[in-house]
Design a protein around this ligand. Sequence first.
Ligand SMILES: C[S@@+](CC[C@H](N)C(=O)[O-])C[C@H]1O[C@@H](n2cnc3c(N)ncnc32)[C@H](O)[C@@H]1O
Length: 221
Amino acid sequence: MANCRPRSATPNNMKISRHKVAGVFLLDRQLATKGEALYGERTFDGYRLWNPRRSKLAALLMKQAQVPLAPEQIVLYLGAASGTTVSHLADIVSLVYAVEFAPRVARDLVRLSERVKNIVPLISDAAQPDYGPVVELVDLLYQDVAQPRQAEIAVKNAELFLKPRGHACIMIKARSIDVTAKPKTVYKREVKKLEELFDIESVHELEPFYKAHAAVIARLA
Ligand SMILES: C[S@@+](CC[C@H](N)C(=O)[O-])C[C@H]1O[C@@H](n2cnc3c(N)ncnc32)[C@H](O)[C@@H]1O
């Protein structure tokens, strides 16, 4: 007989545990947050699976990094795209200002924000931040823009919007910055630029989930 269990029920033997970051869960070894499905991801009993191959933040959480996330936080997220990672982050923190400049994906982001009330979409260029009148000081700056000038963009936004001693989580895609250099060399160079403004807490390569990507966790000096 065919298995009639609905796709969204938790299988009887599935173990649900808490990740060390509040608001993040492990269903067996799969990462999840709580909420309804928003982009076609699988759900089980109110948990949304979060694929570390589709989200660098999920990849970082799978690496057991000390990620500075907490329920009361306000986050400024640069490079939101259609909001895959933003949607999970919004399950964890209190408010996400999500910046994206590409019109096609920004439309999806706006649609997402109509369903998820703690996401504020900002259709804008993070390199020329004009969202000052809307964005308050934030606890965490998250950046995933895959741009050659990404360190400069992070510094500019942190100077304007990050609370004193606030945290930053910056995703580096080595190939977007220098295709010829070794990824580790690119990470070192980017970290050096970030040291202008931040104390660097840790650097994590995101393999095996993302090739030639690293996450930098930093704090406003
Ligand atoms: C790697 S994708 C982001 C994926 C997304 N963070 C996620 O996990 O679902 C990078 C995004 O950054 C956006 N982006 C790049 N430079 C930008 C800028 N200066 N201002 C705003 N968005 C930017 C791109 O349009 C693209 O959608």
